[in-house]
Design a protein around this ligand. Structure first.
Ligand code: UDP
Ligand code: MG
Length: 317
């Protein structure tokens, strides 16, 4: 049995050595074979130098993919999955927030439970503000309402996959890789394992509120076309209301001789409808932009270099 670890790294110079040590400590005692695939996702610090050092000393265990620039964690994970050759593949961060010991639990679980194909770690408790946790709750409630697939709140991409799940994930050619959605979309029996995330070993998280909002929008646009239907519903509603209002005005004028004040009503209606139309156009634009980019069929990432002797790689198929 063999395990592959896929480790995306972006500006993790202080973390890669401690991470590698921690992994060795845990897995060297185990009876199974393992490999670690690091992806340097266009780091601007010395991450690559450190990764190469690891590779030079432990080329039987470590491999390094070096991207030509920063393509994002999702792209890095895909590159790693393509290169992974294990019976099981674990996706784990380089910052030691996710303990390698948990991967052992995950692998053992999969070994003992034939019926499961994925073990996903999820955070039972999170240390975060009320606003943030409220926003996340709303996001999951909404996205689960409008999407056919289920999104599991709190489940991360820290997970261990059986070979066939890896194959399924790398068969998806989409450019916009909202990982939570892809994991749900491919299906397979998933076991959710509660865990506590540790503090980051060094450096800082790459997530900001702005990035999170973009990511949430990405989730919606990638996995539902519901926003496109808003125009239809809203259009129908407004038409209905305007017909009703028309009758009200006619009755007022004919039977009660009430003068209808024109100017403010018109201004309000023009602004309101203009706003709605622009909003809907924007939503259509978001989808269109994605069709445009996907239509160019550009690769999702570019590997500048690959350091690894094991060339029995899924990516070369
Ligand atoms: N990461 C990456 N490319 C990016 C951003 C992040 O490969 O553009 C990696 C990062 O090095 C880390 C993992 O993705 O190993 C998770 O990132 P981070 O710790 O910033 O996220 P958080 O744990 O705060 O969710
Ligand atoms: Mg982290």
């Amino acid at each position: 049995m063999k395990l592959s670890l896929v480790v995306p790294c972006y500006n993790e110079e202080e973390n890669v050595f401690p991470f590698f040590d921690a992994v060795m400590k845990v897995f060297d005692k185990k009876a199974f074979d393992y490999e670690i695939i690091f992806i340097n996702d266009g780091s601007k610090d010395n991450t690559l130098t450190k990764l190469k050092e690891i590779y030079n000393n432990f080329s039987d265990k470590a491999a390094v993919i070096n991207f030509s620039r920063n393509f994002g964690k999702e792209a890095a994970v895909l590159a790693g999955l393509k290169r992974a050759s294990g019976d099981y593949t674990a996706i784990i961060d380089a910052d030691l927030q996710q303990k390698p010991e948990i991967v052992v639990t995950m692998v053992n679980f999969l070994e003992e439970h034939e019926e499961y194909d994925v073990v996903a770690a999820y955070q039972e408790k999170r240390i975060e503000g009320k606003v943030m946790s409220g926003a996340k709750k709303m996001f999951y409630a909404l996205i689960n309402k409008v999407c056919d697939i289920e999104f599991y709140s709190g489940a991360s991409d820290f997970r261990t996959l059986r070979r066939r799940v890896v194959e399924a994930l790398i068969s998806m050619p989409e450019y916009f890789r909202f990982s939570k959605g892809l994991f749900s979309w491919v299906g397979f029996e998933t076991y959710y394992l509660p865990y506590m995330a540790e503090e980051r070993n060094a450096g800082e998280s790459k997530w900001s509120v702005k990035k999170l909002i973009r990511y949430a929008i990405e989730g919606f646009i990638s996995f539902t076309t519901f926003p496109l239907k808003i125009a239809t519903y809203l259009g129908a509603l407004i038409s209905l209301l305007s017909i009703m209002y028309m009758f009200v005005v006619i009755v007022q004028k004919l039977f009660f001789s009430i003068n209808i004040p024109g100017y403010p009503t018109i201004i309000v209606l023009i602004l309101f409808l203009g706003g709605v139309q622009l909003l809907i156009l924007g939503i259509i634009g978001e989808y269109l932009a994605r069709i445009y980019i996907q239509g160019k069929n550009r690769p999702i990432y570019i590997e500048k270099e690959f350091f690894g002797i094991r060339n029995n790689l899924a990516g070369e198929r």
